[in-house]
Write a protein that binds this ligand. Sequence first.
Ligand code: DC
Length: 227
Amino acid sequence: MSKNIVVAIDGYSSCGKSTLAKALAKKLHFIYIDSGAMYRAVTLYFLRNNIDRNDALAVEQALKDIHLEFHSRDYQTHITLNGEEVSEEIRQMHVSEIVSEISAVKAVRKEMVKQQQRMGKSKNIIMDGRDICTTVFPLAQVKIFMTADPKIRAERRYKELKAKGQEITLEEIFENLAHRDYLDTTRKESPLTRAKDAIVLDNTTLNEKEQLEFALERVKPFLDLAK
Ligand code: DC
């Protein structure tokens, strides 16, 4: 059997990583894994169970008690936390506000990376996040680093959350994105940074079709090799 193909996508918060990853997965019939959803689900568990992220023993026990599973329907992310569907709740602001702090905890990252690497062992996958090109799959065939103007990112996110009926202002979203970018790029454990061999995709002025074409061009040579 030919080796499986891994497409790794990293980038700032809300710059369209998951939109691109889902479109690519649909087009190529690859499996899409949203690594951010895993950190969000862990965060939700910590919030619900009042886990102190500075208490190493409590964190260790929590990680043992957390069971995450992805269920793919129509290339949308459906994630369960100990059997409960939490895909909607993990996108809410109470989770977004603290997720970067929780995902900076070393033990949390270690466990998530282990689970992510297991998922990419034998299947063709597309995974997006912050450390996929640098830490999770440093040998991925295709590595993309996404970025976009922060104002545009906030506006896109605002429209998305408003459409879901969430009560939120554009300013709050802008602040949250800036805060998360800061924490994600400055944390000690595998901070968000562009892998040396990752290609930059700035989608400030690109539409979804254009960014998909850009990425497809990068994956195609590997599809031909895998034939
Ligand atoms: O992709 P997202 O915005 O849903 O991710 C939520 C948070 O999870 C993000 O602010 C940082 C963290 N994260 C991470 O540290 N590493 C990843 N591979 C993915 C997400």
